[in-house]
Design a protein around this ligand. Structure first.
Ligand code: ZN
Length: 221
């Protein structure tokens, strides 16, 4: 028996064992699902000899062709195995940084979260209104995040970059004020006062996905 077959059998046995364990409880089933998702991540993570090979000669056309092909494949799978529609109970604001994956962050693929992605995690008025709409639709937790090693934060701290990207920097400079503005919105303030909503603030450790919860801003308004 080759090493490769042995390894495949080992993984197969592990999967069967996990699936049997999943019969025990919803919690175990959830964790087994997470383990299998992570197995998928691990399988794809190291794969560099496929599509977006980071060769400097790759062209935009080639990248677009791969994107379309991926979507076709993914949509085909989704057509065969439709997902359950869920009512989101939480909303997350996160920076657009590619290293942050909200499913990984929460260890949950069930789509219980509205996700707002913006440059530098800035809550512009339109995003504030979207979150307010989410609260009116039943969201009870809003998690406002920033993250370590943020390119937008680094740009805001660099005089040369500040000159080069004035619109982004203007947004970053008002990030805190926008949060205070959001907290002072009557719908948000009233929902918090009625105990129907909590707004949490956290900094994501970009390397580990760990959330470091920061003190509440409820008194900011
Ligand atoms: Zn960022």
């Amino acid at each position: 028996m080759t090493k490769k077959i042995g390894c495949a059998l080992g993984v197969g046995a592990l999967i069967v064992a996990l699936l049997l364990a999943s019969l025990l409880s919803p919690r175990v089933e959830f964790m087994v699902g997470g383990a299998l998702v992570n197995l998928g991540y691990r399988l794809q993570d190291q794969l560099i000899r496929f599509d977006f090979e980071h060769d400097e000669t790759i062209t935009p056309e080639q990248i677009w062709t791969e994107l379309e092909r991926h979507n076709e494949l993914a949509a085909g799978v989704r057509g065969l195995f439709p997902r359950t529609t869920r009512h989101p109970v939480a909303a997350i604001l996160a920076c657009m940084d590619a290293r942050i994956d909200t499913s990984e962050l929460m260890g949950d693929t069930r789509r219980y979260y509205y996700v707002v992605r913006t440059a530098g995690s800035v809550l512009s008025p339109a995003e504030q209104e979207m979150l307010e709409l989410a609260v009116l639709n039943g969201v009870k937790i809003i998690l406002l995040t920033t993250h370590t090693d943020c390119a937008a934060e680094a740009a805001a701290a660099d005089p040369e970059m500040r000159e080069k990207f004035p619109a982004l920097i203007a947004l970053m400079d008002e990030r805190e004020r926008r949060v205070e503005e959001f907290m002072a919105r009557p719908t948000i303030r009233d929902a918090i006062a009625a105990g129907k909503l909590q707004v949490k603030h956290a900094r994501i450790d970009t390397r580990t996905d760990r959330l470091v919860v920061e003190p509440a801003h409820e008194d900011a308004h």
